[in-house]
Design a protein around this ligand. Structure first.
Ligand code: NAD
Length: 474
């Protein structure tokens, strides 16, 4: 059994007790991780604070070089990291449409290199005979990062790399359910970075709230559920920490009547079901025009029945297990609620017997707004399909949700679709696509899906504060 240590100030640290990490494909423990507590958060923050002056004054070119070295280290350990991600998160090595741990580690590498090359240039606002005014971007200090279980390594990279690139030091706490790939990354990074620049404390929500409350942390970047995000916001108020919150989504997609149901169904299925629907910006509510409704539903159900569900370590698996038993039970509850309220379960609808937390890909027809499976984020392999006939009405229904992460319009008429997409209340709107993110385009939620953005220059700037410098010449 592999036992993973925390890393504080460049050294492995044990807590005296450990907790188990379960492989959701088998339901069995495959690793043990240190059960850290608030005292380890204190140690890690002290180390990060001590490392901050040196790291923030490191020449920019050197920081950039070290960020690229982190990308190279991820690449050199890709098979090992992929296996850890598959074992802890359940996602296949390959996966549906190539969305699996190979994509997760590959994405982590790509994000690292692209973010390494981002710049924070000084902006000159005024330069005349009277004065010169410059706007500088300065690092904030110590950043606390708290990550979820669905894309554990990728999201750790999304937090850590821009924070370090901008000159901050970091204390990260991964989800207790999926900590191993992140710990391994932090180990690899500590062979490259000065001690204390990147620290990891493992544990459950107590460690998370100790980070959120800590008086010597300057910013929290959090990805996870909306209720936890609100709790972090309250706890962060003590010293007015800066916040980036990437929270839950319940993304709507609207299919216009001009599409070919057969051609579009595989795309819709991919964006709804990849990673078992356990992606913040998966398609979670699908509105289809009445004229093609039955055809789209039938195609989606056919694909669902053909999808290969199994252990992610086995080649050819398209969807793995749901990541944990509580999530599996929640998904089952939503499906039963839909069934009880008159929805038609066209495929799946139940967990698989035997080991592991497997749930059959489930397409639900005659789903309606007001059903739990539509109103709540399922975060599982379940897609409710909702009928509409009036475009104005469906835009209003899509927007009638407290979440606002992503949304999409599907049509052959790109101009009309783009016009409608801009009316969706969400941080990213796609046309003929859903959930696709890239390291140079900002991504974040509106309404209760979050605060701030990640990626690209806009994301990098969130790890800085502005200092205005005015030089009088007269
Ligand atoms: P979660 O909120 O339960 O946990 C996330 C992290 O917060 C874990 O590390 C957990 O230990 C920690 N935590 C729990 N309670 C805490 C507290 N009181 N204070 C501080 N930390 C605490 O979320 P989850 O179930 O791991 O992840 C699933 C959710 O994440 C979904 O809602 C999903 O939509 C969302 N998500 C959002 C994005 C995005 O970019 N918007 C990306 C991925 C996932």
């Amino acid at each position: 059994m592999q036992v993973f240590d925390m890393i504080i100030n460049g050294k492995p640290v044990r807590a005296g007790s450990t907790f188990d990490v379960v492989n959701p494909a088998t339901g069995e423990v495959f690793a043990r991780v240190q059960a850290g507590d608030a005292s380890h958060v204190d140690q890690a923050v002290a180390a990060a604070r001590a490392a901050f002056p040196g790291w923030s004054r490191t020449p920019d070119a050197e920081r950039k070089r070290l960020m690229h070295a982190l990308g190279a280290a991820l690449e050199a350990h890709m098979p090992e990291l992929m296996e850890l991600v598959t074992k802890e998160a359940g996602k296949p090595l390959g996966g549906l449409n190539g969305v699996g741990s190979g994509m997760e580690v590959g994405g982590a590498i790509a994000w690292t290199h692209v973010t390494a090359d981002l710049e924070l240039p000084v902006e000159v606002i005024q330069d005349n005979d009277d004065a010169r005014i410059e706007v500088h971007r300065k690092p904030l200090g110590v950043v606390g990062s708290i990550t979820p279980w669905n894309w554990p390594l990728m999201i750790a990279i999304w937090h850590v790399i821009p924070a370090l690139r901008a000159g901050n030091t970091v204390v990260i706490k991964p989800s207790g359910m999926t900590p191993t790939a992140t710990i391994r990354f932090v180990e690899l990074a500590n062979a490259i970075l000065p001690p204390g620049v990147l620290n990891i404390v493992t544990g459950e929500s107590g460690v998370g709230s100790a980070i959120a409350k800590h008086p010597d942390i300057n910013k929290i970047v959090f990805t996870g559920s909306t209720p936890t995000g609100k709790n972090i916001m309250q706890n962060a108020a003590g010293n007015l920490k800066r916040l980036t919150l990437e929270l839950g989504g319940n993304d709507a997609g609207i299919v216009l009547p001009d599409v070919d149901p057969k051609a579009i169904a595989p795309k819709l299925f991919g964006v709804g079901f990849h990673n078992n629907g356990q992606t913040c910006a998966c398609l979670k509510r699908l509105y289809v025009h009445d004229s093609i409704y039955e055809k789209v539903c039938a195609e989606l159900a056919r694909i669902a029945k053909e999808t290969v569900v199994g252990d992610g370590l086995v080649e050819g698996t398209e969807l793995g297990p749901v990541q944990n038993k509580a999530q599996l039970d929640f998904v089952q509850e939503l499906v039963e609620d839909a069934r009880a309220h008159g929805a038609r379960i066209l495929s799946g609808g139940k967990a698989r017997s035997g080991g592991g937390f497997f749930f059959e890909p489930t397409v639900i027809a005659d789903a309606k707004d007001g059903m739990r499976v539509v109103d709540e984020e399922q975060f599982g392999p379940v897609l409710p399909v909702i009928r509409y006939s009036d475009i104005e009405e469906v835009i209003a229904r899509a927007n009638n949700n407290e979440n606002g992460l992503g949304g999409s319009i599907w049509s052959k008429d790109h101009a009309k679709a783009a016009e409608l997409a801009l009316r969706l209340e969400c941080g990213t709107a796609w046309v003929n696509e859903h959930g696709a993110v890239q390291p140079d385009a900002p991504f974040g939620g509106v309404k209760q899906s979050g605060l701030g953005v990640e990626f690209g220059r806009y994301g990098l700037e969130e790890y800085t504060s502005i200092q205005t410098l005015k030089i009088m010449k007269a």
